[in-house]
Ligand binder design. Structure first.
Ligand code: SF4
Ligand code: MG
Length: 319
C-alpha cells in the first residue's frame, strides 16, 4: 500500500523556560498508509498531539517535509494551503469546547463545507443532513444547539463536522478519552465504519492502549518527541519490541464498566525535554540499559518485516 502522508525529518521546537529551544518533535520520519488507521501512543507530553497538529499544518514545523499526495505541505501558502486543508481534518477530545454554543448544529457542521469547498447553502444543507444521519444523530439534530446533546452525541457532531469537507486524512486526538467506557465503544465503532466506508486514512492519537487496540491497524509509539517503535497491531500487542513499549503495555489497567480510564504512569520520571539524556533518550528509565545506550543514540531501524524499533537491544528479534 502506498503512503498517503510521509513525514521526513519533521522537527518542531518551542522556546524553553531557561532560554534555548526545546524539541517537541525530533526529526520524525513517519509514513501513514492509504486507508489505514495508525494508532499513536505514548505518555502525555511525548509529542503525540504536536505530531498530529504538525501533520495538519496547524503547527508550523521548524524543519522537515510533509508529503501529502505528492505535494510538500510545509511549502503551501494562502489559497493553496486553505484548499489542501479541506483534505486534512481533526476530531478533538472535547467537542464541546470547539462547538460554538450559540450556533445551530447544522451551521456548525456546514462551516468547513462553505468555507473550504465553496458549497452553496442548499448543497451544504443536503450534505449536513446526510452527515448527521451517517453519524447516527438524524437530520433533525441540525436545528438544535450543542448543550442539548450528551458528550457522546457531541463527539458525533465533531465527527460530522470533520467529515463535511470530504477529507482524505483525519487526525483524531484523544477523541474518545473524555467519554464513558460504554460510549467509547460506540464512537470507536462509528469511526472505524467511517474509515472503511469512506476510504479515510486516520491517525488515532491516544494515551490509552486499550482503545488503540480496538481501532488501529498499526501502532506507533512516541517517547520524548521520537517514534521509538512502529509495528502492526497484532505483532505489537503479541510482543512489543522496545523496552518502553513493553512497560507501557504492562501498565494498562484492568477496567470495570463505568470506570473512567486513568493514565498509568511508568516508573521513574520523564526526563526534562529541555535537558534530555545523552545516548538513548529512554536509558534513564530502561531496565536493560548498557554502556552503549549511554554513548550512542539508537536509530529507528527495521528489525523484522514491518516492524521498526529504536533500540540497541530490541526484545523481539524474529517473528
Ligand atoms: Fe534501553 Fe538501550 Fe534500548 Fe535505549 S537502546 S531502550 S537504553 S536497551
Ligand atoms: Mg495530547
Amino acid at each position: 500500500t502506498a503512503a498517503l502522508i510521509q513525514a521526513r525529518e519533521l522537527r518542531v521546537e518551542y522556546p524553553g523556560r531557561a532560554g534555548g529551544r526545546v524539541r517537541a518533535l525530533r526529526d520524525v520520519d513517519l509514513d501513514i498508509l492509504q486507508g489505514e488507521t495508525l494508532g499513536l501512543v505514548g505518555e502525555s507530553g511525548c509529542g503525540k498531539s504536536t505530531l498530529g497538529r504538525a501533520l495538519l499544518r496547524v503547527i508550523e514545523p521548524a524543519s522537515g517535509r510533509i508529503e501529502f499526495g505528492g505535494t510538500d505541505l510545509t511549502r503551501l501558502r494562502g489559497r493553496q494551503l486553505r484548499r489542501t486543508r479541506a483534505e486534512l481534518q481533526m476530531v478533538f477530545q472535547d467537542p464541546f469546547g470547539s462547538l460554538n454554543p450559540r450556533r445551530r448544529i447544522a451551521d456548525i457542521v456546514a462551516e468547513p463545507l462553505l468555507r473550504a469547498r465553496g458549497a452553496t447553502r442548499a448543497e451544504a444543507a443536503k450534505t449536513v443532513a446526510e452527515l448527521l444521519d451517517l453519524v447516527g444523530l438524524g437530520a433533525e439534530a441540525g436545528g438544535r444547539r450543542p448543550h442539548e446533546f450528551s458528550g457522546g452525541q457531541r463527539q458525533r457532531i465533531g465527527i460530522a463536522r470533520a467529515l463535511a469537507s470530504s477529507p482524505q486524512f483525519v487526525v483524531a486526538d484523544e477523541a474518545v478519552s473524555a467519554l464513558d467506557v460504554s460510549i467509547q465503544a460506540q464512537v470507536l465503532n462509528l469511526l472505524s465504519d467511517l474509515v472503511r466506508d469512506r476510504g479515510l486514512t486516520m491517525l488515532f492519537i491516544s494515551h490509552d492502549l486499550g482503545v488503540v487496540r480496538h481501532i488501529a491497524d498499526r501502532i506507533a509509539v512516541m517517547y520524548l518527541g521520537q517514534i521509538i517503535e512502529i509495528a502492526s497491531r497484532d505483532a505489537f500487542f503479541a510482543a512489543p519490541a522496545h523496552p518502553y513499549s513493553r512497560a507501557l503495555l504492562s501498565s494498562v489497567p484492568v477496567l470495570r464498566p463505568g470506570e473512567k480510564r486513568e493514565q498509568e504512569v511508568l516508573e521513574g520520571e520523564l526526563p526534562d525535554p529541555a535537558n534530555p539524556p545523552e545516548g538513548c533518550l529512554f536509558r534513564t528509565r530502561c531496565p536493560i540499559a548498557t554502556e552503549e545506550c549511554r554513548t550512542t543514540a539508537p536509530e529507528l531501524r527495521e528489525i523484522t518485516p514491518g516492524r521498526s524499533v529504536r533500540c540497541h537491544l530490541p526484545l523481539v528479534t524474529s517473528e
